[in-house]
Design a protein around this ligand. Structure first.
Ligand code: ZN
Length: 345
């Protein structure tokens, strides 16, 4: 049979305060057979017994000092709390709130709990659950309002909450998967637009006489250098796509391989070009698997960049930032100003 040194050691088998309290209450009920105690009273008696036991085990020197000299030693870790023994022999915080009538006796003089004790852990867990797994501050506030004080309590509560599985589940960060190695066409040198990625974007509304028509864009990005070529598509048909590819190869030179998603115009073009044109042009088409929206980031990212409207200034300067005017208000009188920079604005 296992021998236990103390009650605190005995209750280490319980992971919930309620379990420990229920068992202690049952034992007390057996010892005081015949006396009619209400459930709430028996629960409070059990908690009191546990707290008293924990205090006598961890603050025995201080309690002996208080019984004799009425004050604890200056070297004691709780001397700054001005502790005292109440009428029932519990060690309580003295503090400076003796005259306060706003709080109950328990709040003014909370019960001292040892920092490292299984009972303290169970009580912290109990109030942490009662605080609906909110942070350490909320748990600590509940502990104080229910009449418990832990020396250096913030760190004790924080370290206890760090081990809470529910909190870890609620606040856990998703684990990012390790990215696969880049394909060889992305990391080896090759002439521009030898290996390309494609995607369509749009539609954009354009005026054709009195009519408004839809036009699309075909973005062709070089896998090695990330250079971008944008080609106009009349519509999303296969014919339009083949024409655009012919234009790209005429301007940028022969393309060896094309990667794209399984758009109907791309797959249609692949079938059309399979026999003759594709072989003659020596182009290999490689499609992403269906429904794999996670693939093709190389060209999808470039499609995002195309949201900015292109202007002649951007083509000349290769910058998308707008040059802002000088920060001031100008009027007609500035024409005659002696400040020349204002006159020229
Ligand atoms: Zn929690």
């Amino acid at each position: 049979m296992q021998a236990y040194a103390s009650i605190d050691e005995r209750i280490t088998r319980f992971s919930h305060l309620d379990q420990a309290v229920r068992i202690i209450s049952r034992i007390q009920g057996c010892l005081t057979k015949g006396s009619q105690r209400k459930p709430a009273q028996s629960r409070q008696d059990a908690i009191n017994a546990l707290v008293k036991s924990a205090q006598s085990e961890n603050f025995s020197v201080d309690i002996q000092k208080l019984k004799g000299a009425k004050c604890v030693a200056m070297q004691s870790s709780i001397s700054k709390l001005d502790p005292f023994l109440d009428q029932k022999g519990f060690l309580r915080v003295g503090g400076r709130l003796q005259s306060s009538e706003l709080q109950s006796f328990g709040e003014r003089h909370p019960l001292l709990l040892p920092k490292k004790s299984h009972l303290t852990n169970l009580i912290i867990d109990y109030f942490h659950r009662k605080a609906a797994h909110q942070g350490a501050e909320k748990t600590l506030a509940l502990l104080c309002t229910h009449g418990y004080w832990i020396p250096n309590g913030r760190s004790a509560v924080s370290s206890r909450i760090r081990g809470c599985v529910t909190c870890k589940r609620i606040r856990g960060q998703p684990c990012n998967p390790q990215m696969a190695t880049l394909p060889s066409v992305r990391v080896n040198e090759a002439p521009p637009f030898t290996h390309c990625g494609l995607d369509c974007f749009g539609p954009f509304l354009v005026k054709d006489g009195r009519k408004e028509q839809k036009r699309y864009g075909l973005i062709v990005t070089c896998m090695a250098s990330r250079a971008v070529h944008i080609e106009l598509l009349e519509d999303t048909s296969t014919d339009s796509f083949i024409n655009a590819i012919r234009t790209v190869t005429a301007i940028r030179g022969p393309i060896q391989s094309i990667q794209c998603d399984q758009g109907t115009n791309f797959t249609g073009a692949s079938k059309d070009l399979q026999g003759n044109l594709l072989t003659r042009m020596n182009i290999t088409m490689k499609f992403n698997p269906p429904h794999s929206s996670n693939m093709g980031g190389v060209w999808e990212r470039q499609v995002c960049s195309d949201d900015l409207p292109l202007s002649p200034n951007m083509l000349l300067t290769m910058k998308s930032d707008v040059v802002l005017p000088p920060p001031s208000d100008f009027s007609d009188t500035d024409f005659y100003s002696r400040k020349r920079w204002r006159a020229v604005q």
